[in-house]
Design a protein around this ligand. Structure first.
Ligand code: GRF
Length: 217
């Protein structure tokens, strides 16, 4: 596909979700390409993953800017330099302001390791375990100014087993994240899901929905 949509990915850590997006974008019929990866942490392994894939990278450290506004302006400038239309947060551990979001209106996505609106914020998998949930999962949502409060696009569910330790649940959910994120990003850039002023609108056919419950961990 020659007219792929340029996406910028914001990361802070290991970047396994970034890798899932890189792998999806490598398919000729996938409608997006990653134009730039920005990390707020210089040692994030996600940067290495991007470089290995030949993707431009940039580091924006909040402490090097006099305010959150200037930090975000630097990221917006980098994204616009790369003619990015959509922004995907992939393990990016900072809240974004209205000013940032207004540069990419209704075109910023995030992945979160729970079935939102359950367990927003940090340590979602631990929250699920501590609350005794028997099903959890992953959510991709449009980003708003809140913490994991934007409209949900797609979710994938996994069981929480009575024998689970935190690492078991984290890795089971992470595997599901890697399935859901490329699918949701595809829907978004193809216009099959849109956030409008009155809510989220889908234009999907039955074939667009894979089974997103994994009963066999
Ligand atoms: C993922 O669980 C993501 O949902 C959360 O942080 C983790 C990042 O993982 N926000 P990775 O950097 O994509 O491997």
């Amino acid at each position: 596909m020659s007219n792929k949509v340029a996406v910028g990915v914001l990361v802070s850590g290991g970047g396994t979700n970034l890798q899932a997006l890189i792998d999806a974008c490598a398919h000729p019929d996938y409608p997006a390409k990653i134009a730039v990866v920005i990390s707020n942490k210089p040692d994030a392994y996600a940067l290495t993953r991007a470089q290995n894939a030949g993707i431009a990278t940039s580091v924006c450290r909040p402490r090097e800017y006099s305010s959150k506004g200037h930090f975000e302006q630097a990221m917006v400038a980098t994204l616009l330099d790369h003619q990015v239309g959509w922004v995907a947060l992939a393990g990016f551990m900072r809240l974004l302001s209205t000013e940032f979001l207004s540069a990419f209106p209704k075109q910023v996505l995030n992945i979160h390791p729970s079935l939102l609106p359950a367990y927003p914020g940090l340590h979602a998998q631990r929250q699920a375990l501590e609350r005794g949930a028997r099903i959890s999962g992953a959510s991709v949502h449009f980003v708003d100014e809140g913490c994991d409060t934007g409209s949900v696009i797609a979710q994938g569910a996994v069981p929480v087993l009575p024998t689970d330790h935190l690492e078991d649940l984290q890795s089971r959910i992470l595997k599901m994240e890697h399935r859901v994120y490329p699918m949701a990003l595809r829907w978004a850039v193809e216009g099959k899901v849109k956030l409008t002023d009155t809510g989220i609108v889908y234009q999907l056919s039955p074939g667009d929905f894979p089974s997103l419950f994994d009963p066999n961990p």
